[in-house]
Design a binder for this molecule. Structure first.
Ligand SMILES: Cc1cc2nc3c(=O)[nH]c(=O)nc-3n(C[C@H](O)[C@H](O)[C@H](O)COP(=O)(O)OP(=O)(O)OC[C@H]3O[C@@H](n4cnc5c(N)ncnc54)[C@H](O)[C@@H]3O)c2cc1C
Length: 381
């Protein structure tokens, strides 16, 4: 593993930073306030080829790998975490195809997502099943050369703005996790509808919706991967996508630190700039340390995924990176609000938004309690 970014990766980082600062930064507070999905931001991601960074070129992506995707997610999250959730979710929707899709399925559904024309979603969570995926109640019953899906999903990112949804359902409940399968449902399928849209603490312009499947028929060709192997595929998907949540957290933390540093140089109290107070300098140094450690962990697992995609180290490293980076982002953003004082608490500055946005990184794609279980299991098996 090389700890330096390649020339292409550095260029990608610089380009994404520029786009994020020029396009997403100025709109970040407004779309947060309105709690509205930004089609304008989605358009910018599409036009710059950022919606399929890790997808192979053959299927419309950039074929640039996971380190590159982490770089892009971080730079977008640095100014607008909600917009970076479009990217992390696009990975959650495209990775099942990369891992388990047939050539035809990849051409039909993966390519339009990777090219950015189509937004994807991945629907796992249900009212009674969050951390425990095997608790889902959605079923897919074989009928007339296809499957009839019944059930409902909640908290689905991009749920109401997506055209292509990977749906997790039981095809044989008796077999528990070995009876779970994945299906592709497109938004125009009869029996599919969008339910309640959530109002949230953070990433408020990211779309989070309930999805309902009532007698929803999909043909056989919409079964993604082998029957009964959905859970296995999903766990592999999470190993590849959790580092993306880590990158999102690193970006949020970096955004907060950058705001703090420039604020401290300007703000004067007791006849000195805040930057001259050692108590605050040490807080900033600790923030920088946490960001550096989190980024290193994210790059480490991403480069392992790029170089050795079947390495047995990946689940542990992915969980550690997501867990550490998200806790760091929460700590850093909370400290950032403290350092800006009253100005940190009001919406004139972005750190209160960053603090609200950081929280979700500790919760989705497996809470940090679940990450601890995965790491412990890797030690004990
Ligand atoms: C904004 C947002 C976006 C989301 N996007 C998506 C999406 O796109 N697709 C999707 O399918 N889901 C999505 N989710 C769902 C998300 O992944 C779940 O909320 C998360 O996995 C936790 O599940 P839960 O909310 O049911 O909590 P629960 O599983 O009920 O957990 C409650 C608490 O118990 C703890 N806990 C649970 N089990 C254990 C255990 N064994 N040991 C110790 N502690 C435990 C948890 O850590 C948590 O603190 C999203 C959620 C939100 C809020």
């Amino acid at each position: 593993m090389d700890f330096r970014l390649s020339e292409e990766q550095q260029m990608l980082k610089d380009m994404t930073r520029k786009i994020a600062e020029n396009e997403f930064g100025p709109r970040a507070a407004e779309i947060d306030e309105k709690e509205e999905f930004s089609w304008e931001n989605k358009q910018v991601l599409e036009e710059n080829g950022l919606l399929g960074v890790q997808v192979p070129e053959e299927y419309g992506g950039a074929g640039a790998g996971m380190v590159s995707l982490a770089i892009v997610i971080e730079e977008v999250a640095r100014v607008c975490a909600a917009t970076s959730a479009i990217l992390t979710t696009q990975a959650l929707a495209t990775d099942p195809f990369i891992i388990a899709g047939s050539h035809e399925q990849k051409l039909k559904w993966l390519k339009p997502m990777a090219e950015g024309a189509v937004i994807g979603a991945c629907a796992i969570t249900e009212p009674g099943a969050g951390s425990d995926v095997t608790g889902i109640r959605t079923t897919a019953k074989a009928k007339d050369g296809g499957y009839v899906i019944d059930g409902s999903k909640i908290f689905i990112t991009n749920g109401s703005v997506s055209d292509t949804i990977v749906v997790v359902a039981y095809t044989d409940k008796e077999k528990k996790h070995k009876g779970i399968s994945l299906f592709v449902v497109t938004k125009d399928t009869p029996g599919f509808s969008v339910g309640k849209k959530e109002k949230k603490l953070g990433i408020r312009s990211s779309d989070t919706s309930e999805l309902v499947f009532e007698n929803c028929f999909v043909p056989e060709e919409n079964l993604l991967g082998n029957l009964g192997e959905g859970f296995k595929v999903l766990m592999k998907v999470f190993n590849y996508t959790r580092p993306g949540i880590g990158a999102q957290a690193v970006g949020i933390g970096q955004g907060a630190l950058d705001t703090v540093v420039s604020y401290c140089k300007e703000r004067v109290q007791f006849g000195k700039s805040l930057a001259e107070f050692q108590g605050l300098q040490w807080m900033m140094a600790e923030m920088a340390l946490q960001i550096e450690m989190a980024r290193t962990m994210v790059y480490r697992v991403c480069s392992t995924i790029d170089d050795e995609p079947d390495s047995r180290d990946i689940p542990r490293l992915a969980s550690m990176a997501k867990w550490y980076a998200s806790d760091a982002a929460m700590q850093i953003t909370t400290d950032a609000v403290q350092i800006l004082g009253g100005y940190g608490f009001v919406r004139e500055y972005p750190v209160e938004r960053m603090m609200r946005d950081a929280k979700i990184t500790q919760i989705y794609e497996g809470t940090n309690q679940i990450q601890r279980i995965i790491v412990a299991n890797s030690l004990l098996k």
